[in-house]
Write a protein that binds this ligand. Structure first.
Ligand code: AMP
Length: 242
């Protein structure tokens, strides 16, 4: 192979890279939604969010939605059985056959085991195991992102007093309205959410880490840099677990 054709085939391999089933993890406020969307457009694969699927069932008033509604309203986890069956049906749809970005699932060890077993069945494509990437942002930075957030009640512009402050403190640049802070954007609420998040995700992270299918991506960088870090983690993991 000449140097040129070697280069060409490397470029081709890169552009054809598909990450397969990907679990994206991250605490509230790390920018997981933004990153998931970027991966969806880069790879042309769907995002599968169990929160969205459940909310869709509630909106349509399905039997499953009726069961899930009160549980979700109370902030508890919906039964593994219900969520697993919902994901089972979703993964039989064709648009997932080249891969997908899992968001909010698996959230328990039992869900992770169910998923691993399910997608090992040849009916599920692509025939690749799940790889997991966690977007990690330092506690202090997350705290600033959340407690610094201010919103304009008139035009819905969003500011951050630490990183994107309005020209005049407390007032919207566009219409001069008094900016407001969401009642749950406080340190005690944030600390509680972080604790719950860590307790919930720890077993799932430990599961994929033990299988050599887990990487962290530095989320303290710009949106584009974080996205590159995630893509690098995906190629590394896929290279290691075909
Ligand atoms: P989310 O949009 O991911 O924050 O999910 C919203 C709510 O849906 C959660 O608080 C749970 O009640 C429920 N939920 C979403 N995904 C799962 C899951 N994998 N297992 C159990 N409950 C879930």
């Amino acid at each position: 192979m000449t140097n040129n054709s070697a280069l060409h085939s490397t470029a081709q391999a890169e552009s054809e890279f598909l990450p397969g089933p990907v679990l994206l993890l991250g605490a509230p406020g790390v920018g997981k939604g933004t990153q998931a969307q970027l991966l969806v457009s880069k790879y042309g694969i769907p995002q599968l969010s169990t929160g969205d699927l459940l909310r869709g069932n509630i909106a349509r008033g399905t039997e499953l939605g009726i069961k899930a509604k009160a549980i979700m309203a109370a902030g508890h986890l919906v039964d593994d059985e219900i969520v697993n069956q919902m994901v089972f049906r979703r993964l039989l749809e064709k648009d997932t056959h080249r891969g997908y970005i899992l968001d909010g699932y698996p959230r328990t060890l039992d869900q992770a085991r169910f998923l691993d077993q399910m997608i090992a069945d040849p009916r599920f494509l692509p025939r690749l195991p799940v790889i997991a990437v966690s977007i990690v942002v330092s506690y202090d930075q997350l705290l600033q992102r959340i407690t610094g957030r201010r919103t304009c009640p008139v035009c819905a512009s969003i500011y951050n007093i630490y990183s994107n402050a309005p020209k005049v403190a407390g007032l919207c640049d566009l219409d001069g309205a008094n900016l407001t802070q969401r009642a749950d954007d406080t340190e005690p609420v944030f600390a509680e959410r972080m604790k719950t998040f860590e307790a919930q995700t720890a077993p799932v992270v430990a599961h994929y880490r033990a299988l050599g299918r887990f990487e962290e991506a530095d989320g303290n960088l710009s949106v584009d840099a974080v996205n590159i870090a995630i893509q690098q983690a995906l190629s590394k993991l896929r290279g290691a677990s075909k």
